[in-house]
Design a protein around this ligand. Structure first.
Ligand SMILES: [Zn+2]
Ligand SMILES: [Zn+2]
Length: 282
């Protein structure tokens, strides 16, 4: 059984209202050994008006609260403290982001950080307008994958690269795109190879994120073929997270995911304490 969920959110994230205690109590109820909170920090989030949040939080307050919870629940559940960093590839933002996220890593004794690509071209592909306007699903996805590959290369502040192909969720339905079943990862494998080789070369982990199953994509992020390719290329560090924003979504489908990963050929998954990877047998 996978007893650690290494990607989840609580009310420190702009898109969650769940108090951290509720995630913790649910994890205990599920028989978990540990969880890592990875609340959203997306500096310069471009769609603040549309979303009603800027996806930033007070890290002092967060770190203090999480440390208290870690101490209070010691012996019942291991609580690890992480952040999900929103990485950006717009040339005029890279330096600023590297500096800001680097500073958070220096100032706080975090266990784990995820580097995710939520935004590109000063917008968020979650919103159909403007990102998907005037481009085919293929073009939109290819541009997104290139941004993820560039971010993997340009940043060092992250331990694991989050939800690789998550933009698939947001491709607007059309004649050319009837739904997530239209997604063929083989089409983008050149970019994906470059991305995976960067992770392996830099000693960074790939995340297996089960929210894809929750969103009805029929696959994790990334797709099974990407996970297979990672193994073929020699990738070893794999973190597993539900990306749950509420209690019913933490450890989402982890039982199925365990068998699925074993079938692909993974023997271990990875957890992090103070940014140090530790392998746990699947
Ligand atoms: Zn994310
Ligand atoms: Zn997340």
């Amino acid at each position: 059984m996978i007893r650690y969920d290494f990607h989840m959110h609580c009310s420190f994230s702009g898109d969650s209202v769940t108090p951290p205690e509720e995630q913790i109590e649910e994890a205990i109820r599920l028989g978990a050994e540990g969880i890592c909170f990875t609340d959203h920090m997306d500096y310069s989030y471009p769609m603040a008006k549309e979303s009603g949040t800027d996806f930033e939080f007070d890290v002092d307050d967060y770190y203090r609260r999480m440390s208290e919870l870690r101490d209070r629940y010691r012996g019942r559940l291991e609580i690890l403290i992480g952040i999900e960093y929103g990485l950006r590839n717009e040339p005029d933002l890279i330096g600023e982001m590297q500096e800001k996220y680097g500073r958070l890593n220096d100032e706080y004794d975090l266990d784990f950080t995820i580097g995710s690509t939520h935004c590109l071209e000063y917008t968020d592909p979650f919103y159909a307008v403007p990102y998907w306007v005037g481009r085919t699903p293929d073009e939109g996805l290819e541009t997104y994958f290139r941004a993820v590959a560039e971010n993997a290369k340009n940043y060092d502040c992250y331990d694991s690269s989050g939800h690789y192909d998550y933009a698939v969720r947001y491709v607007p339905a059309s004649d050319a795109w009837k739904g997530p079943a239209c997604y063929d990862p083989v089409k983008y494998m050149d970019i994906t190879d470059e991305f995976l080789k960067t992770l392996i070369h830099k000693g960074k982990a790939l995340e297996c994120n089960t929210a894809g199953i929750k969103y009805g994509l029929g696959t994790t992020h990334p797709h099974e073929l990407v996970l297979k390719r990672y193994l073929e290329l020699g990738g070893e560090l794999l973190t597993i997270g539900s990306d749950g924003h509420k209690p019913e979504h933490i450890f989402y489908d982890f039982k199925t995911t365990e068998d699925y990963l074993k079938n692909i050929g993974f023997k271990y998954y990875t957890i992090y304490r103070r940014h140090k990877p530790e392998f746990i047998r699947l």
